[in-house]
Design a protein around this ligand. Structure first.
Ligand code: HEM
Length: 191
């Protein structure tokens, strides 16, 4: 039941964006709106995925652990949507421009690198690959921390003036990393 609810909830932003698109409600700059919202949801879902383990450790409630794979795949889904919007709607599949962006705009370089790191995680997220890869699976999936950092850096880099929002995401990311350290969680649980 919890899994179905989270599945539907994670799909809501995509449904909302589809509704806005179909009803011509995306505002003055539809491509910008779609790029921003898909990017934000990719990052939010990535951070939510990273939050599950520390929250389960702290609360002692372990049921949400089962949701990690699905939430991670949703983060990938929104990142893919974000990439496709950029490639098709923003850059019109004009690869010379896209290549120039990757080389000359550091936030695009970081965005692409983050997406490339997410890709093997999504591909190997099924039970078959998990069994086949054995211990290497766990090592590979540690890349998720780097993806979180990459997503936050990409956001910080593209915002030139008002760093409050990306700064908030950076703070959450760092807090989640801190909450993975046993001495820190032990200290919190004692209180
Ligand atoms: C796949 C390669 C990627 C490309 C080409 C890309 C490109 C872009 C572009 C063009 C923007 C808008 C920049 C502007 O407003 O001037 C943007 C914003 C953003 N992207 Fe990406 N991105 C990529 C990957 C990612 C990934 C993997 C994440 C998260 C995990 C992400 C999260 C964001 C966020 C949070 C924003 C800001 C949204 C806002 O301003 O409200 N992006 N990206």
């Amino acid at each position: 039941m919890l899994k179905v609810a989270i599945f539907l909830l994670s799909l809501t932003p995509a449904g909302w964006l589809a509704w806005l698109t179909l009803n011509d409600q995306l505002g003055a700059n539809p491509v910008e709106m779609l790029t921003h919202q898909s990017g934000l949801w990719a990052l939010r879902l990535l951070l939510i995925t990273l939050a599950i383990t520390p929250l389960c450790t702290l609360s002692g409630w372990h049921a949400p652990r089962r949701l990690r794979r699905m939430l991670g795949l949703y983060a990938f889904f929104y990142a893919l949507l974000h990439l496709l919007i950029y490639l098709i709607l923003d850059r019109g599949l004009y690869f010379a421009d896209i290549w120039e962006d990757i080389i000359e705009r550091p936030y695009i370089t970081v965005g692409f690198a983050t997406f490339l790191l997410l890709l093997p995680l999504a591909i190997t997220s099924n039970n078959y690959m998990m069994k086949r890869m054995g211990r290497a699976w766990k090592t590979l999936h540690q890349l998720v921390y780097l993806c979180g950092l990459g997503g936050v850096l990409h956001y910080m880099w593209l915002v030139k003036a008002d760093l409050l929002n990306p700064g908030g995401y950076l703070f959450i990311f760092l807090l989640l990393m801190l909450l993975r350290f046993k001495p820190f969680t032990t200290l919190i649980r004692r209180r």
